[in-house]
Design a protein around this ligand. Structure first.
Ligand SMILES: [Ca+2]
Length: 253
């Protein structure tokens, strides 16, 4: 479980200093995902997109500046020990323009503030911020509802796309109120894993499990940050990002 190794590495690092966490395809396109009862359903994402073969294929951009980076989030079922099928994966990319000194978390916060369809849960943990999940308003109705036995959140609980929770809250097993939307997250049973692609290239490739926590990971020009939904207790393996399936998040309405 790479998360455990990352945690240990960060604890060790904190002893010494700081932990370095460092062709158009036109929608509507049919994709499938987990419904509220964890059954695979097919739904339609509202909006127009295209495959991202190059950073210039990205449609939804945030920020200004001479540098560009990419935030990519992959939703997929994790109720099976087998890798998800292509048709069960939604992998979306956002572009981020910036000038200097930005982290992976800066990008997430600014993109979530700009795109009203993206929702992020953060908690303070390990001396910084950790990601507890990503939601996406798949049907574009401006609403999202995610809940488990102890927490119930809607779009009204998010400020600029962010819900800042506490580390003792349980975000495992959250399900959607509307199966047309997307959610992935948790902590102990399944969680969002962080991957970094090849740096300084305009194409999505060579994603590797991040050795950095999101709020200490320094962006570089043409960097690629990806998040995927990985199991812990079922297969104890991570689900690799699928750059061949990467699509541009639709532009804001
Ligand atoms: Ca919705």
């Amino acid at each position: 479980m790479r998360k455990a190794f990352l945690y240990i590495a960060c604890v060790i690092a904190l002893v010494f200093a700081a932990c370095n966490e460092d062709t158009y395809e036109v929608f509507p396109e049919e994709t499938s995902h987990l419904s509220a009862n964890n059954a695979i359903t097919v739904s339609t994402i509202q909006g127009t997109t295209r495959l991202v073969r190059n950073i210039n294929d990205i449609l939804n951009w945030t920020g200004t500046g001479t540098n560009t980076s990419v935030l990519a989030i992959q939703w997929a079922p994790t109720d099976s020990v087998t890798p998800p099928q292509e048709e069960d994966i939604l992998f979306l990319a956002w572009g981020y323009r910036w000038t200097s000194g930005k982290t992976g978390l800066d990008m997430i916060r600014e993109v979530a503030a700009n795109d009203p369809r993206l929702f992020v849960i953060l908690t303070q943990q390990w001396g910084g911020w950790t990601i507890k999940g990503f939601g996406y308003d798949g049907n574009g109705d401006g609403k999202i509802s995610i809940s488990n036995s102890s927490i119930s959140l809607t779009e009204t609980n998010f400020n600029n796309g962010i819900y800042e929770g506490s580390a003792d809250q349980d975000f495992d097993g959250m399900t959607l109120g509307n199966p047309a939307d997307y959610w992935m997250g948790g902590w102990y049973k399944a969680y969002a894993t962080y991957w970094l692609g090849a740096e300084g290239t305009t194409t999505p490739a060579a994603f590797k499990y991040s050795d950095y926590l999101v709020d200490l990971r320094r962006l570089s020009n043409n960097s690629w940050d990806a998040w995927t939904f990985s199991t812990i207790n079922t297969s104890e393996s991570n689900i690799d990002p699928r750059p061949d399936l990467l699509k541009a998040a639709p532009t804001n309405k």
